[in-house]
Ligand binder design. Structure first.
Ligand SMILES: [Cu+2]
Length: 147
């Protein structure tokens, strides 16, 4: 299965990454509720304490068949999503994944995601290596809109 292969690749990459003080920190990871077979998206703040920029290059989780890095842009008055190769995390800075902007796209959920549910998400950074975060499912913050 595609997810399994991806997780295996992430685990391999993690084994090669150097262990050390966490240079990258993820705050408030959350996902929108979703139905089995449907889609969802994960949002978070990524902080980088290093003096060099890092990049989020992959993400994986068992709750979805496919996981992609996406950005949403306004085009002709409409929100359009597209896949991106990586999400830049500036040196001594942060990047925010939020509704209407960058997000981790969960495609074809293997399970229902209800408000209050939690699931692990593996993030792979070019420099910082692998990081697993616990994502909580909650309703979208007021004013935000996905798609
Ligand atoms: Cu998306």
């Amino acid at each position: 299965m595609r997810t399994t292969a991806m997780l295996a690749a992430l685990l391999l990459a993690a084994g090669l990454a150097q262990a050390g003080q966490a240079p990258v920190e993820v705050k408030n990871p959350w996902a929108r509720p979703g139905t089995r077979g449907g889609n969802s998206a994960v949002y978070m703040e990524i902080h980088n304490a290093e003096s060099q920029a890092d990049r989020l290059v992959a993400a994986g989780t068992d709750v979805a068949e496919t996981v992609e890095l996406h950005e949403t842009r306004m085009e002709g008055g409409m929100h359009r999503m597209r896949k991106v190769e990586a999400i830049e995390v500036p040196a001594n800075g942060r990047v925010e994944l939020r509704p209407g902007g960058l997000h981790v796209m969960l495609i074809k959920l293997n399970t229902v995601l209800r408000v209050g549910d939690r699931f692990p998400l593996i993030l792979r950074f070019e420099r910082a290596g692998r990081l697993t975060v616990e994502v909580v499912v909650r309703e979208q913050a007021a004013g935000g809109e996905h798609r």
